[in-house]
Design a protein around this ligand. Structure first.
Ligand code: SF4
Ligand code: SF4
Length: 435
């Protein structure tokens, strides 16, 4: 694609990087076929190629975007399916990130939208505040008809019962277990995250059991918290970078050989810390080193092996690959291979490349489109017919569980669990809830 940036514009390293990305696009349009919003809406401006043109014009113009441009950019899920499909390796992820940051800096959103985004950016990354908000939402459910617009939908997304906080998420060290006691194979940090530890504390508990059983000493580092993905996808660069720096500092101090992440949305962002802080001389090298240490839990487990399987007669599992897992991190085979090695029969749904509509805060900010994608995903998962659904990202897990709760089918909805909960169960841990 030809671009028309001025030399003055190109002096900005962010614009220079965007220009390099834009020039790789050859307009072929292959990406449109696998883009969820184009599949649903059939509008070129809701396809990757259309958005790339919008972003080019936005960045070249030096003017605030129009409401129309913002509408089409906001509809992008950042699912990165287009990156998997693109034959020219166009780095759409960093391009849409730049557009979101530009919109955040220059576009005056209507105030209810601003309030909603500010609320999400404040509440969700902080586990204590998020837990309180979910409890308030559960109490407010009977009054939801009185709430305005999307707040109603957000109350629906909140679980009926908020689990108690797990002691596992407090800073401490968990020693390797069993035959590895005193002879650890690796010292790793577990990123305990933000929303996940509130919604499903059992996932971090299963991860610690699994890793320590396979010879890891697991550190929950003091000072680490939200990875920054949530605000990053809202274009709030400063807040995202602040959260990234806090994590980098915490994991450096922990002195670990790997940072293990069990939410693939977070993993995609942490693996990108090097890019996020590349223009900050004090942090660029440190960020790149931590990004190099970042591993999804299924990558580490693939190295360590699942170990001795103690559970027999395990159910058939339908594996839902999160977009951040398959498109963001390119991890397609590892989770399925681990489940198979643990004794599960693994099935995959049709249209597995299409997003379930969760996409960070997308299901709250774009509920109509997210709902359509969810319906489609639930239908495909039902057809696959597994007794349990497994995934590696808390956003998908909650979204799909909510979809089945609304539309359970004749045998009720299958339980939706994290891959590590199944691996832990098969190798000596407790049965995951609902299975
Ligand atoms: S990130 Fe997903 S929704 Fe956005 S343009 Fe690419 S394929 Fe479409
Ligand atoms: S597939 Fe790649 S090169 Fe082709 S239009 Fe899409 S982004 Fe551009």
């Amino acid at each position: 694609m030809q671009t028309d940036f001025t030399l003055a514009q190109l002096a900005d390293p962010e614009i220079e990087a965007a220009d390099t990305i834009l020039r790789k696009c050859v307009h072929c349009g292959f990406c449109t076929a696998t883009c969820p919003t184009y599949v649903l809406l059939g509008d070129e401006l809701d396809s990757p190629r259309g958005r790339i043109y919008l972003i080019k014009n936005l960045l070249e113009s030096d003017q605030p975007p129009t409401a129309k441009v913002v509408k089409h950019i906001d509809r992008c899920l950042s699912c990165l399916s287009c990156i998997t499909t693109c034959p020219a390796s166009v780095d759409y992820m960093h391009l849409i990130d730049r557009a979101r940051a530009r919109i955040e800096q220059t576009f005056a959103r209507p105030w209810p939208e601003r309030m909603l985004r500010a609320l999400l950016a404040f509440v969700v990354p902080s586990p204590g505040v998020f837990r309180l908000a979910l409890k308030a939402a559960a109490l407010g459910r009977p009054f939801k008809a009185m709430l305005p617009g999307r707040l109603k939908g957000m109350v629906d997304l909140a679980p009926a019962r908020v689990p108690a906080a797990s002691a596992i998420d407090r800073p401490r060290v968990f020693e390797a277990q069993g035959k590895y006691k005193g002879k650890r194979l690796k010292r790793v940090a577990l990123m305990t995250g933000c929303a996940q530890q509130v919604l499903r504390p059992g996932i971090n508990e299963a991860t610690v059991r699994l890793l320590t059983r396979r010879g890891c000493q697991v550190v929950v580092a003091a000072g680490a918290g939200c990875c920054g993905a949530l605000v990053h996808h809202m274009g709030r660069e400063d807040q995202a970078q602040k959260q990234a720096r806090a994590n980098i500092e915490a994991w450096e101090k922990a002195g670990v050989e790997a940072v293990v992440i069990n939410a693939s949305g977070c993993g995609t962002t942490i693996k990108d810390y090097g890019w996020m802080l590349k223009h900050d001389p004090a942090w660029a090298g440190r960020a790149a080193r931590i990004a190099d240490l970042a591993r999804d839990v299924t990558e580490i487990m693939s190295e360590l092996g699942v170990g001795e399987v103690t559970e027999k007669g395990l159910p058939v599992v339908t594996y839902h690959s999160a977009c951040s897992m398959q498109h963001g991190q390119g991890l397609r085979e590892e989770p399925k291979a681990l489940l198979t090695a643990a004794g599960f029969e693994v099935r995959e749904p049709a249209e597995g490349h299409l997003c379930c509509g969760s996409a960070g805060t997308y299901n709250m900010l774009q509920p109509a489109l997210a709902g359509r994608l969810l319906e489609r995903k639930v239908e495909n998962l039902k057809r696959a017919g597994g007794a349990v659904i497994a995934t590696g990202n808390i956003g998908c897990l909650e979204q799909i569980a909510g979809g089945f709760a609304k539309n359970p089918g004749k045998n009720g909805g299958p339980p939706v669990v994290h891959t590590v909960e199944l691996l832990d169960w098969a190798t000596g841990g407790p049965k995951p809830p609902g299975v």
